[in-house]
Design a protein around this ligand. Sequence first.
Ligand code: ADP
Ligand code: MG
Length: 271
Amino acid sequence: MSRAAATVATDLVRAQARSLKMPGLGRSYEALARQAREEHWSHEEYLHEVLAAEVASRLDSAVRHRMGEARFPEVKTLDTFDFSAADGISGSQIAELARGDWIGRAENVIFAGPIGTGKTHLAIALGAEAARQRRRVLFGRAADLVRMLVEARDQRELSRLHRRLQNVDLLICDELGFVPFDRAGGELLFNLLADRYERRSVLVTSNLAFGEWVKVFAGDEKLTTALLDRIAHHATVITTKGKSYRMRKRSTDEKPADPPTPALSKAAKKS
Ligand code: ADP
Ligand code: MG
């Protein structure tokens, strides 16, 4: 092919990739063509490679899209979670949850435990794993979810919001228990969570033990029991324990981990 003909072909393929919305192909076909010529690939092999580049690029952008939709407040991953410093959390259990089969089965996960013990970190990390598997995820603090429901109700858009949220494979309700709701707010959250029962997954984090959930739902025992019945029915409950990770980290960062001499360690204790 003459140089001029090659330029025309390049322009045409670029335009075709654009109109077919195949950015991965558009980006990679020239480099792959050079490699194909050098390595004497068959036409079929070349075609396979450019299509594979397109498939990979589509997966990437689908994952990016899912991550954006999820509205995670910050980036937290399983890689950065120190399991040796986490009381009550089994690495193998979290690894199993990260595979996401429970989401396929519309089961739930509950993290309960004191502040700073990694509940939100793990909720985001598990949510991000699910988004990576191209599941639809939505992260919200309980108080924000209630505010969203109240607003939708006031604008007579509650059923629309419910329908939209039914499409979410994993709803993460963080910090249940930090802010108590009034009766109406509690009922709205109850309806949302009860609606998902055996249909879609929920991940709840809470600083409260189950027995205390009633405080969040305006003291309504009946509603709280009904909610717990549903949420805990097909659920993995993980109870985190111990002191706040940050506080512990601060104190180990300040103290020498391994005092060099007994005299020094005595001095450190006194101060
Ligand atoms: P919780 O939601 O239980 O109150 P967080 O998940 O928000 O606690 O944790 C507080 C901070 O400590 C976060 O920055 C989190 O990333 C970090 N953290 C907590 N536990 C661990 C851990 N085991 N390994 C690494 N970081 C941790
Ligand atoms: Mg938290």
